[in-house]
Unconditional design. Structure first.
Length: 377
């Protein structure tokens, strides 16, 4: 993938929070149509679809039929919440090669209104099942416990992540969870899988998101400000948490540097960061692995207030999966917020932001994918 050869020209969300009466497919399709309108691109111009749904393994075929299009290519690659950046990498490569012209990436889930439980087809390892873990939460709890043991990270540090996310959400009309949240509130919340309590868990919501991506020369004609894809990379280290080589180091330590190398930047160049915060420990691990602080210093970084409104490193400026939206897979929402930040139409725009990083996670810290965006010339 070549730096800046492709660009996101449309981005949209739909049904954040609760969206009763719509299926996951209908939600994804509506978000897709909104993104196309945002881009000023006709549905008939779309010749590639990238989608995965929580309840349809043939989602690419279903979306094509639902929209009434006949794409050259569909991709339903499933790596959990990191899938949208994997889709983005494939779409960018195909666009640059001239195989396709306009790609629509979409996701939707009605998990809250259809039952209120996390929707996932994955299951614990048979080697883990006898210990009755809460899937996938207990895997993240293991990582948090190990980080505490190795580096002295505290529950107050984890709470600081949740509080910062809520502070951003309170500025975002789309966010599902708003209102006061303090460190003490988090420490007093119900313990679910030690050391993670309820406040350390992402939301269970409905929600859909979509983006439109095309070649940069074509992007100049888009209705909205185009946002260039500067670099993107993915890496997988394991599937089940018991096979994770080091519970304190994720494959973000591989995907992040490669994406930044493609983009020609370093962590200090990034103005705004969107991280897949399915659990509070994620934010700490990813800040370390992506190079925003040294390994073991993530806890002190988040507790310093750096990632909260007014801090030096704005993180999850929409409220993230902890307070804005988490409909099973959050990855595409991190991309949409990155685009909105660079266009200046986010709910809490960061003044002068020119470089945005979106990092996504799938499985139990299993699959990591990083994308770097910049303002199009």
């Amino acid at each position: 993938m070549t730096r800046g050869k492709t660009a996101v020209v449309g981005a949209a969300t739909h049904g954040i929070g609760e969206c009763p009466g719509e299926s996951s497919l209908e939600m994804a399709a509506t978000a897709g149509l909104k993104a196309l309108h945002d881009a000023g691109v006709e549905l008939s111009e779309v010749d590639a679809l990238f989608i995965c749904l929580p309840d349809d393994m043939f989602a690419g075929l279903s979306l094509a039929e639902h929209l009434g299009v006949h794409p050259k290519f569909t991709d339903c690659n499933r790596t959990g919440g990191s899938a949208p950046v994997s889709h983005l990498i494939t779409a960018a490569a195909m666009l640059e090669a001239g195989e396709i012209n306009v790609a629509l990436l979409a996701y939707g889930s009605n998990q809250r209104s259809s039952g209120g439980k996390l929707s996932t087809p994955a299951r614990p390892s048979p080697y883990e099942a006898p210990y009755r873990p809460l899937f996938p939460a207990s895997g993240y709890a293991l990582a948090a416990a190990r980080h505490m043991h190795e580096f002295g990270t505290t529950r107050e540090d984890l709470a600081a992540v949740a509080v910062a996310a809520r502070q951003w959400a309170n500025r975002n009309p789309e966010a599902f969870a708003t209102g006061d949240l303090t460190i003490d509130d988090c420490l007093a919340s119900r313990m679910i899988t030690s050391p993670l309590s309820k406040s350390d868990f992402c939301l269970v919501t409905d929600g859909a998101a979509a983006i439109v991506i095309t070649r940069s020369d074509r992007a100049r004609d888009s209705r909205s400000q185009a946002v260039s894809l500067l670099g993107a990379a993915a890496a997988t280290s394991h599937h089940h948490i018991t096979s994770m080589p080091d519970l304190t180091v994720t494959a973000a330590s591989e995907s992040g540097p490669r994406a930044m190398q493609q983009a020609g930047i370093s962590p200090s160049d990034v103005d705004v960061v969107q991280l897949y915060d399915a659990f509070t420990i994620n934010t700490i691990l990813f800040l370390e692995d992506l190079g925003f602080c040294a390994k073991g210093e993530g806890g002190s970084l988040v507790s310093s207030g750096a990632i909260a409104p007014g801090g030096t490193l704005p993180v999850n400026t929409n409220g993230g999966g902890l307070s804005c939206v988490h409909p099973g897979m959050y990855g595409l929402f991190a991309i949409v917020e990155s685009v909105r930040q660079l266009r200046g139409d986010a709910a809490s725009p960061i003044s002068g932001a020119e470089i945005a990083l979106a990092h996504t996670n799938g499985g139990t810290l299993s699959s990591q994918a990083t994308a770097i965006f910049g303002l199009a010339a």
